[in-house]
Design a protein around this ligand. Structure first.
Ligand SMILES: [Zn+2]
Length: 417
């Protein structure tokens, strides 16, 4: 069915038109269309411009004009490029202990940490995982997120990780949010695996990934490079083998120690995520590569740690995406707009840089070119806020919620005034 509609007038349309993928962005570079309107055609953006021009174009083409009665600022639908929202259980007990000053080791010894989530997720049925994920996807949609990446990584057995990927796939099919699945069976070496970390990597490469490809469960693979997870040699073998097999790569890199970001660059990963520990050498190397750095302020806030050096990355010429890292352990908040607003202030980012980090630069971190900007031909994913000034969105640090969200041209929610 072919559907076209014209919508307006918006108080402002923030198109992200013309902004580059890499480097710092100044306020003057942001295209702000005052009193704008859009034509949406078959789920895509057909035209964007000033309301009077779009209204007469719509009239000429005989299109229905959808009159907005409230002042709305439209931005591209938000893209959350790094989450772990397929899980069972809660780690509130860990959070309280960490807040009270307990160390990683003390929490793990008390039965907390990632292993706790692994046991609960292993025990959960595929249906239960899908159901809890659908609740989280609904919350994301209400907060303006129209595309989300979701990782496996809390089962750490072939069958368990496949169960997670099937749950992620099922939730994606039932939700209006576009779900991009990523395999993260190399999250940590499971305690009950009888062998070395390299033997676990080999087990995944031979027993797990061929089934993922056969069942077309995911096209992306991830690994956690860190002292308590996988070292550089294991990661290089894992990533280079998967790249040859045709997987898109992303890496949990430089969270507490460096080295991971260089592996991401050498193996041709699309993104290197975390980077809180990255120094000048890592920042320069990332800036000279095509890898997209992804900041995860939710983890910094959830752990009480330093933020990713976003300002230094942008000034060096790197790209920068911002994601929530929503997960039950280190980043339980799961609100992209709040994370991005706080991170922007902490790192002294311009609002165009913050906006780019949760729209087209985040889409690029997922290898998606056709979303993240409100320009002709892009998927018509639109998040709109009841205000007349886009700066209000970040000024309220996530407390100004979207008044309307369009997914692929379809209006899916409109809060009553
Ligand atoms: Zn993560």
């Amino acid at each position: 069915m072919s559907t076209s509609i014209a919508i307006g007038p918006f108080a402002q349309i923030i198109s992200m038109n013309g902004l580059p993928l890499k480097g710092a962005l100044r306020d003057e570079q942001l295209e702000v269309i005052e009193h704008g309107a859009m034509i949406l055609k078959n789920g895509r953006v057909g035209a964007v411009g000033e309301a009077t021009a779009i209204r007469s174009k719509a009239k000429t083409e005989g299109l229905f004009w959808y009159e907005l009665e409230k002042p709305l600022v439209a931005i591209p639908g938000l893209v959350d490029a790094h989450t772990h929202i397929c899980f069972a259980g809660s780690r509130a007990r860990d959070y309280a202990a960490r807040s009270g000053g307990k160390t990683y080791l003390e929490i793990a010894q008390a039965g907390g940490g990632i292993w706790d989530t692994v046991q609960r997720t292993r025990a959960a049925s595929e249906e239960a995982l899908t159901a809890s994920m659908l609740d989280r996807l609904a919350r994301l949609l209400r907060s303006g997120v129209t595309t989300v990446e979701v990782k496996s990584g809390y089962a750490l057995t072939v069958e368990g990780e496949l169960k997670m990927l099937r749950a992620i796939q099922a939730a994606g099919q039932k939700s209006l949010v576009d779900v991009i699945p990523t395999c993260l069976p190399a999250h940590i070496v499971p305690r009950d695996f009888a062998g070395t970390a390299m033997e676990y990597v080999m087990y995944l490469l031979t027993e797990f990934f061929p089934i993922v490809q056969q069942e077309q469960l995911a096209k992306r693979a991830d690994i956690f490079i860190e002292a308590e997870a996988f070292d550089l040699v294991e990661a290089r073998h894992y990533l280079s083998t998967l790249r040859q097999a045709g997987f898109d790569l992303t890496v949990h890199a430089d969270q507490f120690s460096t080295g991971g970001s260089q592996v991401a660059i050498d193996c041709g990963a699309r993104s290197a995520d975390h980077l809180e520990a990255s120094g000048e050498m890592e920042v320069q190397a990332l800036a000279q590569s095509e890898v997209i750095p992804v900041a995860l302020p939710g983890a910094s806030l959830g752990l009480g740690c330093a933020f990713t050096p976003g300002r230094r990355l942008l000034d060096a010429g790197a790209s920068l995406a911002i994601a929530s890292d929503w997960n039950p352990g280190s980043a339980p908040m799961g609100d992209l707009l709040t994370c991005a607003s706080i991170f922007g202030m902490a790192e002294k980012l311009s609002l165009p840089e913050v906006l780019a980090g949760i729209t087209f630069r985040a889409a690029a971190a997922l290898g998606l070119q056709q979303r993240g900007r409100l320009i002709e031909g892009q998927i018509a994913d639109i998040t709109a806020f009841e205000t007349t000034d886009y700066r209000e969105i970040f000024y309220h640090q996530g407390q100004l919620r979207p008044a309307a969200v369009w997914k692929s041209g379809q209006l899916i929610s409109e809060a009553s005034a």
